[in-house]
Write a protein that binds this ligand. Structure first.
Ligand SMILES: *[C@@H]1O[C@H](CO)[C@@H](O)[C@H](O)[C@H]1NC(C)=O
Ligand SMILES: *[C@@H]1O[C@H](CO)[C@@H](O)[C@H](O)[C@H]1NC(C)=O
Ligand SMILES: *[C@@H]1O[C@H](CO)[C@@H](O)[C@H](O)[C@H]1NC(C)=O
Length: 202
């Protein structure tokens, strides 16, 4: 259903591969990975979130939901795109790791790897006109842990978002709670998302 909207976004990237192609597939991947229950947010995407990690000497890595990405390729910062009929913004983008320090004992979760507002769609590419609240932090799953899930979500931005006082650039990125944050600032549910798995370097 969304394929016709992908072409303009494709033309913006040098090389694109692996991206999500259907909201149903993304939703199933989230459900199969227990993400909605683990982060306590309903996930019924109406658009696709394209997350692209630029690389030094090779084509960019484009996520599809559940892809395993070598940590070395996740330095970022990632670029975001939204494919779907969701308007031009503003949008909020959040990235969380619910598996820190380990999926079996996530006592530090969630880790907030990115949180930013004031993203607007420019032909599908999301561009923010303010600094992020939490700039992107590269995944650092500790040695011995299985791979962690890194979950990227986009929300419609509520009118008062820029006045929110819950999280700022000096807030700890540990023990974040996206469902509580979403409820407190009125984000609602994500309109799109994707996720990657990253294991500790061997
Ligand atoms: C990944 O590692 C290789 C060599 O170890 C390095 O040349 C390359 O720049 C690294 N990639 C990133 C994105 O840091
Ligand atoms: C961030 O929020 C804390 C707690 O509300 C506050 O004490 C601190 O001054 C804020 N820092 C900035 C840079 O706004
Ligand atoms: C987030 O908050 C909800 C509601 O208070 C709670 O049930 C859940 O355990 C919290 N999650 C984390 C990771 O702290």
């Amino acid at each position: 259903m969304l394929l016709s909207l992908i072409a303009p976004l494709l033309s913006l990237a040098v090389v694109v591969f692996g991206q999500d192609l259907s909201t149903a597939t993304v939703k199933k991947a989230f459900d199969d990975a227990s993400i909605p229950q683990d982060i306590e947010l309903k996930f019924d995407p109406v658009a696709l979130l394209e997350v692209t990690f630029p690389q030094n000497d090779s084509p960019p890595v484009v996520l599809n939901a559940g892809i395993m990405v070598p940590r070395n390729d996740t330095a970022g910062p990632p670029k975001f795109g939204v494919i779907g009929d969701v308007g031009n913004g503003p949008f909020v983008v959040a990235t969380v790791d619910p598996d820190a320090p380990t999926p079996a004992d996530p006592t530090e979760a969630q880790i907030r790897h990115f949180l930013g507002g004031n993203f607007f769609s420019n032909n599908g590419l999301l561009v923010n006109n303010t600094p992020a609240i939490s700039e992107f932090q590269q995944p650092t799953p500790p040695a011995g842990s299985p791979a962690h899930r890194y979950i990227f979500m986009v929300f419609h931005q509520p009118a008062a978002f820029n006045q929110q006082k819950l999280i700022n650039s000096s807030s700890s990125i540990s023990n974040f709670n996206i469902s509580v944050f979403a409820r407190e600032v009125g984000l609602g549910e994500p309109i799109a998302g994707t996720f990657m798995l990253v294991a500790p370097p061997s």
